[in-house]
Design a binder for this molecule. Structure first.
Ligand code: B12
Ligand code: SF4
Length: 450
């Protein structure tokens, strides 16, 4: 619940002027209408068209259930990454959906709201006489013509909170400075959208990005770009302008290890307030890095971290395990390798092979490997359950109690992510948080069938 639904906010902002009034609801926060009957009564009273985003798998069936309760007489438009991926399935599961917007929705929503004939709107799928019609894909919009999200439409502030207890007044937001990525990693579902289209790397002008940041209320800002540093000179200009305008915020961003080749940029990032980088390493093994077309090898990772670790930035590395042909021993080396390179935290995910993934062919042609409908890869040797166990072991090797102390130490004393006042507030709220966590665990335990 830390981050706002930026995709939907882009769409809502673009819809301004086409309708009389826009009400933006983030149902995770709208406690008053968390009761579905109340939500439906609000919608029935006041709303002419409903637009919903589905970004990921989480609670997919609950979302479908909710959509099926929407009033049949109000047009229902659905969009988002997951909706784009599951067009056919959604139409089958949700009889109330009229239109699904595939891919980026800023221009498409305007066409819909302006009443264009559905057959003339690129990028949509819709129902007609009991059939589903899929129009051609819409070309990508020029991102410099898109307005950044209108945050005044929001009803809440996206604070850091655990079990409803707010911590140290920290608030979050995200900014998108570019779309797409110039690299072609074979497993990647970031830069290849669910329509199989590669989004060419296009960036907004630096001034507009910093103008947006300057107006944000939140203190912690995530750049949601796939790779903020694709053009290092441009990233340096963003930092220069943040420093020049004395903007005091804490930034997080996704990066590739090549950033280590640019120590001057890293220095400026520290001055500008960059506190954490999320870096895709994927694997310690050269043959896997090759298979994934990652574009670097183990030695480069080691050399890059030797440079990166000189800067007071918190590094989280993404790793993929369960690759095609990977042995258990190779998977388990991830935790050890992560320790060797001195990274601060790791996130490990099983390899996913989605519809248009270039790895799909390799997986299908490799005896004993299978890809599920949901894009999960497993093999005769490694079932889902076995891979899950291996994942736990990898984490167990890395996340020891000493590691948690180190993480805390680095954030407080080296990266200085938290101010002294925030640290005090963190400690003061800690007992309440622990009590609430215990209560929640007990509740969960009680709910489980005997
Ligand atoms: C930044 C990001 C995050 C941030 C979120 C920040 C934020 N403000 O939302 C964080 C780190 C929190 C995050 C978390 C997760 N993420 Co994420 N995330 C991304 C990332 C890199 C960018 C998303 C983004 O901002 N895109 C830019 C906006 C403008 O695009 P958009 O959201 O797609 O919206 C456009 C269209 O979809 C459409 N649209 C969207 N909604 C609607 C609605 C209507 C009505 C219409 C008409 C159109 C429309 O128009 C929008 C504007 O063009 C994407 C990868 C990518 N490049 O897309 C992954 C991605 C969306 N995340 C993903 C996942 C899996 C997750 C997690 C579930 C990971 C996890 N295991 O915990 C969590 C879920 C968090 C949760 N809330 O439950 C997956 C989803 C894949 C899938 N098949 O389900 C993606 C695609 C990455 C991947 N390939 O693995 N994520
Ligand atoms: S660099 Fe990252 S975002 Fe770009 S293609 Fe590779 S994995 Fe995807």
């Amino acid at each position: 619940m830390l981050f706002p639904p930026v995709g939907l906010e882009y769409v809502a902002t673009s819809a301004k002027g086409c309708v009389e009034r826009i009400t933006l609801l983030d149902l995770r926060y709208e406690t008053e209408i968390s009761d579905t009957d109340k939500l439906i009564s609000l919608i029935s009273k006041d709303v002419d068209i409903i637009c919903v985003t589905i970004g990921w798998d989480r609670q997919f069936s609950e979302i479908c259930h909710l959509l099926n309760r929407m009033p049949a007489n109000i047009p229902l438009v659905v969009g988002g990454y997951k909706a784009t991926e599951k067009v056919e399935e959604l139409f089958k599961l949700c009889h109330t959906i009229d239109i699904i917007v595939r891919g980026e929705g800023e221009e498409t929503i305007r066409d819909i709201l302006n009443g264009l004939n559905l057959k003339d709107i690129p990028g949509i799928s819709y129902r007609e006489n009991g059939k589903i019609i899929h129009n051609a894909n819409r070309p990508f919009p020029d991102i410099n013509t898109l307005e950044s999200p209108d945050r005044s439409l929001r009803h809440n502030k996206y604070p850091l909170s655990i079990n409803g207890i707010q911590i140290a007044n920290l608030t979050f937001d995200s900014v998108l400075s570019a779309r797409g990525c110039p690299f072609d990693c074979k497993f990647c579902t970031f830069s290849l959208n669910p329509l199989g289209q590669k989004r060419n790397y296009v960036c907004r002008n630096v001034e507009s990005v910093v103008n947006e940041i300057e107006k944000l209320e939140a203190g912690i800002v995530l750049f949601s770009d796939d790779n903020l540093f694709a053009i290092p000179k441009r990233a340096e200009e963003i930092c220069d302008l943040i420093i020049k305008r004395k903007i005091k915020k804490r930034f997080l961003a996704q990066a590739r290890i090549e950033i280590a080749k640019h120590p001057r940029l890293l220095e400026k990032m520290v001055k500008a307030g960059f506190k954490a980088l999320l870096i895709g390493i994927e694997s310690p093994h050269n043959w896997i890095l090759n298979q994934l077309n990652k574009g670097f090898d183990q030695d480069t990772v080691r050399k890059s971290f030797a440079v990166l670790n000189k800067f007071p930035i918190f590094y989280n590395g993404y790793f993929i395990y369960g690759n095609i042909g990977e042995t258990e021993q190779e998977m388990l080396y991830i935790g050890k390798f992560a320790k060797e390179i001195g990274i601060d935290a790791i996130t490990c995910n099983k390899l996913r092979i989605e519809k248009f993934s270039p790895l799909k062919k390799i997986a299908e042609e490799t005896p004993g490997y299978h890809v599920t409908e949901r894009g999960e890869l497993y093999s005769d040797m490694f079932s889902h359950a076995k891979l899950k166990k291996i994942g736990k072991k990898i984490k167990g090797t890395f996340y020891t109690p000493y590691r948690y102390v180190k993480i805390l130490w680095k954030n407080i004393f080296i990266v200085k992510f938290f101010s002294p006042a925030e640290i005090i507030s963190l400690f003061l709220t800690a007992p309440r948080i622990i009590i609430s966590m215990i209560a929640k665990a007990q509740q969960k335990h009680k709910k489980q069938p005997a």
